[in-house]
Write a protein that binds this ligand. Structure first.
Ligand SMILES: N=c1c2ncn([C@@H]3O[C@H](COP(=O)(O)OP(=O)(O)OP(=O)(O)O)[C@@H](O)[C@H]3O)c2ncn1[C@@H]1O[C@H](COP(=O)(O)O)[C@@H](O)[C@H]1O
Length: 107
C-alpha cells in the first residue's frame, strides 16, 4: 500500500493549476473556471454512482479517484484548503475536543 495522501494530491493540484493549460488537465480546468470544473465534478459524481450501482469494484475505485481529484480541483479554484474540509469532518465526529483533552498532559 502506498503512503500517498489527499494532502499530497492537494499539493500536486495546487502546483499543476499554475502550469500551462496545454500540458496540464488541472491547469485547463483552472483556466476554464469554477463552473466548468464543478460540472466536471458533477459528471464524475454521476459516474461514481453508476459504478457503485453496477457493483463493479474496479470501476468504483477508478471513478472514486476521478471524483476526489476533481473535488480537490474545485476546492483549489475556490481557495478552500482541504484542511477546512477535514476539520469539518473531524468536528462532526464530536471527537475533536476529546482528542485534544486526551493529548493534554494530566495535571
Ligand atoms: N488524479 C488525476 C486525474 N484523475 C482524472 N484526471 C483527468 O480527468 C480528465 C477527465 O476525465 P474524462 O474521462 O471525463 O476526460 P475527457 O473525456 O478527456 O474530458 P471531457 O472531454 O469530457 O471534458 C481526464 O483527462 C483525466 O486524465 C486526472 N488528471 C490529473 N490527476 C492528478 O493531477 C496530476 C497533474 O495532472 P496534470 O494537471 O494533467 O498535469 C496528475 O499527476 C495526477 O496526480
Amino acid at each position: 500500500m502506498s503512503e500517498f495522501t489527499l494532502n499530497d494530491l492537494e499539493t500536486i493540484v495546487a502546483a499543476r493549476a499554475k502550469a500551462s493549460p496545454d500540458e496540464s488537465w488541472t491547469a485547463k480546468l483552472a483556466a476554464a473556471g469554477q463552473t466548468k470544473a464543478a460540472k466536471k465534478l458533477g459528471e464524475e459524481a454521476v459516474e461514481t454512482v453508476i459504478a457503485a450501482i453496477s457493483q463493479d469494484r474496479k470501476d468504483l475505485v477508478c471513478e472514486s479517484a476521478d471524483l476526489i481529484y476533481h473535488l480537490l480541483v474545485v476546492l483549489n479554484i475556490a481557495h478552500i484548503p482541504l484542511q477546512d474540509v477535514l476539520d469539518e469532518l473531524h468536528r462532526r465526529t464530536g471527537q475533536s475536543g476529546l482528542q485534544e483533552k486526551a493529548s493534554r498532559p494530566k495535571s
